[in-house]
Design a protein around this ligand. Structure first.
Ligand code: NAD
Length: 332
């Protein structure tokens, strides 16, 4: 198959190109994001391969279908950026990588929690400048604190497990409770989780029901000084409400690997430019906010697994085989 790979970085090419060629597929890498303006680049291809910030709406899918494209490959788990109804109507198969390494994301969430708490990001800079003062670096014991998990699927459980092992009380909220989480922590209502947690970590998908789940009203229910961690999707948090809560001290720590408007900035080197996003720029000024640019997935293991599943997805598609990677619109 000939596949146009959008939002491609040198590391995508490094991991994907040779194994795909070995399997008899030609991958062509485009740095551009897939949008209505760039969809035309896929004109002579059988499939496209996209990532988290590509815009796969009905208009884009119509352009792709008009040019004979049959397969949309997501090299990620989330598919909130795809109009699945339009894809089905247009006869475009959609396949994703459901779990390339939940460990990678969970470990990154843990890194954000521990760094924010013990302020090692600040200590690193201080010591390099000859400042050995401890002023402002006081943390809290994770042991004995309470961590709440909104979404208790694969990544939620893997993040909860080590915290439980450290002596943390673990709470979970999920409309679909799972046995695996019940062994680690206790399910509660969302309200109880918000009220009792010192650390709140988001691990649910972005859907109309979860959009802006963290907002002015839900933040009123939290403890003062709560830590909020988001490695899931930016749209789960109303960022302006979060900034208000940081300014008032209601929220004490924020770790974000994802951000509502990340599509315009994340994955790019903008160090020589004037960044126009004032909300993001305000966020980075807080000493108690740690932002990474959607890198939680980014380990060697995960990249190799993304490649393997993407190639399997092509083979399954060509053989007309359905698999757990297939994504279909929910029937109402
Ligand atoms: P998963 O499907 O195993 O778990 C998601 C859980 O969320 C499920 O248990 C589901 O029941 C629950 N859920 C659904 N609606 C909910 C709601 N309204 N409130 C609370 N919980 C709800 O998925 P996963 O592999 O654990 O991934 C979780 C999320 O992590 C993905 O949706 C994706 O957006 C994100 N992710 C981020 C990165 C990254 O690099 N930052 C990488 C992979 C995945």
């Amino acid at each position: 198959m000939r596949i146009a790979v959008f939002s491609a970085k040198p590391y995508d090419e490094r991991f994907l190109k040779a194994p795909a060629a070995d399997a008899g597929h030609e991958l062509v890498f485009f740095a551009e994001r897939l949008t209505a303006a760039t969809a035309i680049l896929a004109a002579d291809f059988d499939g496209v391969c996209v990532f988290v910030n590509d815009q796969v709406d009905a208009a884009v899918l119509r352009t792709l279908a008009k040019n004979g494209l049959r397969l949309l490959l997501l090299r990620c788990a989330g598919f909130n950026n795809v109009d699945l109804v339009a894809a089905e109507e247009l006869g475009i198969g959609v396949r994703r990588v459901p779990a390339y390494s939940p460990y990678a994301v969970a470990e990154h969430a843990l890194a954000l929690i521990l760094t924010l708490n013990r302020k090692t990001h600040r200590a690193f800079n201080r010591v390099r400048e000859g400042n050995f003062s401890l002023e402002g670096l006081v943390g809290f014991d994770i042991h004995g604190s309470t961590a709440g998990f909104i979404g208790t699927g694969k990544i939620g459980c893997l993040t909860a497990e080590p915290l439980a092992a450290m002596g943390c009380r673990v709470l979970g909220y999920d409309p679909y409770p799972a046995e695996s989480f019940s062994k680690i922590g206790k399910y509660t209502s969302l309200e109880t989780l918000l009220a009792e947690s010192d650390i709140i970590s988001l691990h649910c998908p972005l859907t109309p029901a979860t959009r802006h789940l963290i907002n002015r009203e839900t933040l009123k229910l939290t403890k003062t000084g709560v830590m909020i961690i988001n490695t899931s999707r930016g749209g789960l948090i109303n960022t302006e409400d979060l900034i208000e809560a940081l300014k008032s001290g209601k929220v004490g720590y924020v770790g974000l690997d994802v951000y509502e408007q990340e599509a315009d900035v994340f994955f790019e080197d903008l160090s020589g430019e004037i960044i126009q996003d004032d909300v993001l720029q305000r966020l980075v000024t807080f000493p108690n906010v740690l932002i990474t640019s959607h890198q939680a997935f980014f380990t060697e293991t995960a990249m190799r697994n993304i490649t393997a599943t993407t190639l399997e997805n092509i083979e399954d598609f060509l053989a007309g085989r359905s698999s757990a990677s297939e994504v279909k619109a929910k029937k109402s």
